[in-house]
Design a protein around this ligand. Structure first.
Ligand SMILES: [Fe+2]
Length: 384
């Protein structure tokens, strides 16, 4: 086993330009942030119904020129292009995204498209041709997450789905970073139990995936480890205390830390496995990218260069195995297997999708390369 301490002094680059504002009640700052801009607000029908949109509209005041409150889960390529064409006649110079990862990812795609001439730029051909990463300046996005979470408010990626070709794309580049992440834990208080669990699982997955990532460095590991130190016990308690603003704050902070970590490393095998499950069975992202974590932890432990052992020790466990047992107990308490069976009934359903579970730039980030049989084994958790 290589001593991981050697990696700690290895050179690396860390770039994240997102201004982070965190604190209970900081949503009020949207008034100052948007003053003097021409703002479009993107959100979901749910937030409109719950009255949050009315509050945000009042805060933004005359700067608000349009509200799109029809953003659904898992942004579809065709819908994104249609929405951009609908909005292109407006002179927008700021986008406020109020919602979960899908709303924030939609805002990122709008930022890219609306800062370009749509006569010559096609998001579809950009993604289909594996075009270069986007740099330059897009329309500034103010990301106001209402889940904890995807961490999308601090990452330079947007996930885009195409149900026609059954493909998932990642819009990537420094231009895709939001301008500001406005993190107000109060906004997560209204999240139902199951969404709280599933989005929390996404956070846990980001943190693990960043640690066992080939692109990990000492700073990303620090962030991801702290995300797990806070996130694991919080996710255990939160489902029984959904109104606890302290726990909500901790979960949102863990989500942001994990987001900062993956903003540099990207994700790895668990996410790679998840995409066809979401595409074919509509499995929520946070569930699809987390149910394999104990199996992948076990798989990666076989190739540990010391980082997993150190992670376990830092989190207060004597071994990686003890950490894994604790993770399995957490999943059992949260009802992960039960949720999984709502979408997948047989191991064969998983096995059929294994060839699609190798996503370039994700599965190959994993510190221990997995092949077809490894993935079939990892899917065995469905039997648990
Ligand atoms: Fe994720």
């Amino acid at each position: 086993m290589m001593n991981f301490d050697q990696h700690k002094t290895r050179g690396f680059d860390f770039h994240n330009p997102v201004r982070i504002r965190f604190g209970v009640g900081c949503l009020e700052e949207i008034r100052e942030i948007t003053k003097g801009y021409h703002v479009i607000l993107l959100t979901t029908p749910g937030f409109s119904r719950r009255g949050v949109v009315e509050r945000v509209k009042k805060l933004i005041g005359p700067a608000l020129i349009e509200v799109v409150d029809t953003i659904g889960p898992n942004p579809e390529l065709d819908n994104l292009e249609r929405t951009a064409r609908m909005l292109q006649h407006l002179s927008i110079d700021m986008i406020v995204a109020l919602g979960g990862g899908s709303v924030i990812d939609t805002a990122k795609a709008m930022s890219v498209m609306l800062s370009r001439d749509l006569e010559t730029f096609s998001l579809r051909s950009h993604l289909e041709n594996d075009a270069l990463e986007l740099d330059g300046v897009g329309i500034p996005v103010v990301a106001v997450p209402t889940t904890a979470g995807t961490g999308s408010e601090v990452t330079p990626f947007a996930t885009v789905w195409d149900s026609v070709s059954m493909r998932k794309y990642s819009l990537t580049g420094s231009q895709v970073f939001p301008h500001i992440a406005l993190l107000d834990p109060e906004l997560t208080l209204s999240l139902p139990r199951e969404v709280t669990i599933v989005t929390g699982l996404d956070t846990i997955s980001h943190a693990f995936e960043s640690v066992w990532n080939r692109n990990a460095n000492s700073l990303t590991i620090l962030l991801a480890t702290e995300a797990l130190r806070i996130g694991l016990p919080t996710l255990k308690s939160l489902p029984d205390a959904l109104d606890d603003i302290g726990l909500r704050s901790r979960m949102l902070w863990a989500s942001t830390l994990a987001g900062l970590a993956i903003s540099q490393t990207r994700t790895a095998l668990a996410h790679s496995i998840s995409y066809p499950l979401t595409m074919h069975y509509g499995m929520p992202h946070g569930l699809a990218c987390s149910f394999t974590l104990p199996s992948i932890l076990c798989f990666n432990a076989k190739a540990d260069d010391g980082r997993l052992e150190e992670l376990a020790l830092t989190l207060g466990f004597t071994t990686v195995e003890a950490l894994n047992i604790s993770l399995q107990e957490l999943f059992q308490g949260l009802g992960v297997s039960k949720m999984l069976r709502e979408y997948i009934r047989t191991v064969e359903q998983l096995e059929d999708l294994v060839p699609d579970m190798f996503t370039r730039g994700r599965s190959d980030n994993n510190m221990h390369q997995a092949d077809y049989d490894d993935l079939v084994d990892l899917g065995g958790i469905i039997q648990a």
